[in-house]
Ligand binder design. Sequence first.
Ligand code: PLP
Length: 402
Amino acid sequence: MTSSELRERFAASLMPNYGVPPVALTLGRGCEVYDADGRQYLDLIAGIAVSSLGHGHPALVKAVAHQAATLAHTSNLFVHEREVELAERLTGLLGGDAKVYFANSGTEANEAALKLVKRAAGPGRHYFVAADNGFHGRSAGSLALTGKEAIREPFGPFGMDVRFVPHGDLAALTEAVDENCVAVFVEPTQGEAGVVPAPEGYLAGVRALCDETGAAFVLDEIQSGIGRTGRWFAHQEEGVRPDVLTLAKGLGGGLPIGACVGFGRFADAFGKGDHGSTFGGNPIACAAALAVIDTIESEGLLAHTAVMGDLLAEQIEGIDHPLLAGQRGSGLWRALELTGPHSAHVQEQAAVRGFLVNAVTPSAIRLAPPLVITPEQIGVFIEALPTVLDAAEAAATKENQS
Ligand SMILES: Cc1ncc(COP(=O)(O)O)c(C=O)c1O
């Protein structure tokens, strides 16, 4: 089956909500993936910041295979060891005084957070605050909190009072949050907006404001968590703790899992029967997540991510090209800032030369490679980048002329 045949079958049988993705993948090994025509690519996006151990990591393969052969599914009617172990591991990494609810995805983790903070809120609290351009998922509650009008508005109204403020603007947030606010939903760095960090001190400011007003501080670390920034969690950079933390993506290393962690009084805010999921906390997904956490620890991947991230940033900064304005982000979570709306061309020309990157916004290319990427692999990409940018520039010029 060739890539074009697969893409045709995709177009004929799957809904058009993703369009037809340009590359059809069949195999992954480490940081390399192969398409249906046998072409090799360096994977610099890792399934949108998910495949943190790369592809086919032996620890993940072993954990998943063993768990599938032992006990693949229990539902929430029964306790199993992996979910307990994983909850203990996560709360250990977070400093204790917390409890976990497991979901299957990021949007579900945020749906759980939404219900949790509603359950915990005192009477009279009726509105939420979230950030312009923020992204929390596509299911109704998470979408209502998503600050991208173009993807939210066609599906509203959602029956929720959500007030949006500019990302990272503490003065605007202070203006918006009072004693009637249920919760503030924040990302430490907005991934889907193009890896846009909040200013230093922002999370500490959100913490102080929530303490003052009694609104819950929900931190969405679905994209930033589990090592992506070179720390287990991005919020550890500022030494603040939210009331509720959501995780997914890199947690399962490629297996679907999400988590909603409640701290302090939020740990026990759900009553029996308040929330649930048939698959949430599935043994295979939990075994995968445990393998991810163990491997990040045993292979020293937090420090490696910080060092590789700095190397990547430094090498991008060293490139002088009319299409490249700079870079932003932290750890192995970066955006190439382009000087114009050329990201689609850059993504396409990168793929032609064997690199998978993501045109996250019209003028930004997101890089979120596996955390196991080597300096040599970064070097190969950096060496090719000027040629990729040249080709993208030529394609943009041609497009403008036609
Ligand atoms: C910050 C953030 N929250 C939530 C989500 C939704 O996660 P999922 O696609 O697993 O539902 C994403 C996905 O990109 C995200 O980046």
